[in-house]
Each structure stands twice: as structure tokens, then as C-alpha cells.
Design a protein around this ligand. Structure first.
Ligand code: ADP
Ligand code: ADP
Length: 239
């Protein structure tokens, strides 16, 4: 059984803009997929509909065998934990430490009474430290998030996503605001950890070269529709 089965997924925004006009695909456990397409194609809408940060207006999303559309708040919270998100703008808490940011991924500490009091469980802190060591940020753990470079901040984003122990990572243009060197570091980290932990990834990119380099499968989106779904070597420059 596929990890994720998407059928006829559709989003029409309140102003009538069509974000997605009915998309079908499946994701197998552990698959690393790049979603490519020009700006405005619907890539971001697609990822946000999958975890229902944006409410789909039609279609079906079956995740680990269960329909997720129409789920209540509690169920949605669990689904979002298993589909962790990485953002173009990092979305870190800038004024707190890197370690605290990763702990937030683990338990939603920042919004809990424990986070407010700065009371963390030893096991959670140990796990967050391990994750930060894994992404090469041992030295930066106690710095404020906004003291780090863009590439480092995105690696905190990866550690935070991993802390949720997800089955699927939704990465929305994770390297769009990074220079080429930091982009490579971030993509290779993301790719390596997904493969080591058996996590599937849908990664929005608009650099076709990066998609070809890191993904085993590429989905092309144009005007809210899927226009390509195949391996990197099937892809031409014509799309
Ligand atoms: P991409 O991520 O590929 O750049 P998006 O998913 O952001 O594309 O956008 C797809 C389409 O939906 C675009 O036409 C965009 O303008 C529109 N769109 C995105 N968000 C909204 C919104 N909140 N309200 C109305 N239209 C939106
Ligand atoms: P930036 O990513 O913004 O360039 P750095 O100055 O930390 O920030 O540069 C990244 C460097 O960190 C790379 O040269 C890379 O070799 C190193 N590094 C060590 N371990 C890792 C890791 N697990 N993931 C990513 N980069 C790592």
C-alpha cells in the first residue's frame, strides 16, 4: 500500500483563483520526489493542501490507509506531526535557541506550559541534541536562531522536521532563499536523512538541476495540473 494516495485534489481559493485543478499521484514510503514548475503553478498549494494548512475544495487524500479530508482537529494534529513541513523562510522562532527550536518540533513545547516555563524532559533534550549534531550544528545549539546563516537555519528546520519522527516531509522551496553552496548542503542533508530514516519527501523546487540531482522521481506542475511524473532521465528541457 502506498504511503500517500492523492486523487482529484482540487483547490479553488476564495477569490476564485484555481490553485489546483485536480491532481492524482501516489507516494511510496521513503520516496524522494521533487515537485517542479514555474512560480504560480500550484506547488505550494499542493503541499499545503496535503497537510491541510490550506483546505482542499475537492478530492481525496489517503495517508497511511486513512482518508484525511474531513478529519477533526485532534486527528489533523497527529497527521501534521507525521507530515512535517520545511519552509522557504525557515519559520524558526528567531529569538530563542536553536535547541529550543528543535524541541518545539518534538513536542510543540513552545506552545505548551513546559515551553513557557523552560522545563524540558531530559530524553527530549538528548534527542534534539543528537539531531543537531546530525545536521552539523553541534557548536550552534545554544545560539539564538537568528544568529545563524541561512543555510544553518534551514538545517535547524530539517532537524526540527526530523524531531517529529515523520513518515513524510513536505519541503516548500527549502533552498529558494539560499546561495548555491548552502543550497547543496541543505539538499544533501535533507536527502541523506530521509534516506537513512526511511522518510518520504515531497520537495518543491524551481531549480530543475537540483531536482535531477537529488530526486528519484519528479512531478511537474503547471497551471494547477500535473504535467509530468517520471524519473529525472525521462525529463527534457521543454516543460
Ligand atoms: P507555486 O508554489 O507553484 O508558486 P502557488 O501554489 O503559490 O504556486 O500558487 C498557485 C496559484 O494560486 C497562483 O495563481 C497563486 O496566485 C494562487 N494563490 C496562492 N495562494 C492564494 C491565496 N491565498 N488566495 C488566492 N490565490 C492564491
Ligand atoms: P552554511 O550552510 O550557511 O554555508 P556553514 O558555514 O555551517 O553554513 O557551512 C556548511 C558546512 O557545514 C558545509 O561545508 C558542511 O561540510 C558542514 N557540515 C558538516 N556536517 C554537516 C551536515 N550534517 N549537514 C550539513 N552540513 C554539514
Amino acid at each position: 500500500m502506498a504511503l500517500l494516495q492523492v486523487e482529484g485534489l482540487k483547490k479553488v481559493y476564495a477569490d476564485g483563483t484555481v490553485g489546483l485543478s485536480g491532481i492524482d499521484f501516489e507516494v511510496k514510503a521513503g520516496e524522494f520526489i521533487a515537485v517542479i514548475g514555474p512560480s504560480g503553478a500550484g506547488k505550494s498549494t499542493l503541499l499545503r493542501c496535503l497537510n491541510q494548512m490550506v483546505e482542499p475544495t475537492g478530492g481525496s487524500i489517503v495517508f497511511q490507509g486513512a482518508q484525511t479530508i474531513g478529519s477533526g482537529r485532534r486527528k489533523l494534529r497527529n497527521i501534521r506531526r507525521e507530515m512535517s513541513m520545511i519552509f522557504q523562510g525557515f519559520n524558526l522562532f528567531e529569538r530563542v535557541s536553536v535547541l529550543t527550536n528543535v524541541l518545539h518540533g518534538r513536542l510543540g513545547y513552545m506552545s505548551s506550559w513546559r515551553g513557557a516555563l523552560g522545563l524540558f524532559l531530559k530524553d527530549d533534550v538528548a534527542e534534539a541534541r543528537r539531531l543537531l549534531e546530525r545536521v552539523g550544528l553541534r557548536e550552534q545549539m545554544h545560539k539564538r536562531a537568528d544568529e545563524l546563516s541561512g543555510g544553518q537555519q534551514q538545517r535547524v528546520g530539517i532537524a526540527r522536521a526530523l524531531a517529529q519522527k515523520p513518515k513524510l516531509i513536505l519541503a516548500d522551496e527549502p533552498i529558494a532563499s539560499l546561495d548555491p553552496a548552502a543550497s547543496e548542503t541543505v539538499m544533501s542533508s535533507l536527502h541523506r536523512f530521509c534516506s537513512e530514516d526511511g522518510i518520504a519527501c515531497l520537495c518543491n523546487l524551481h531549480q530543475v538541476d537540483m531536482a535531477k540531482k537529488y530526486a528519484s522521481r519528479i512531478i511537474g506542475i503547471h497551471k494547477g495540473q500535473k504535467v509530468f511524473d517520471g524519473t529525472p532521465d525521462e525529463l527534457t528541457d521543454e516543460m
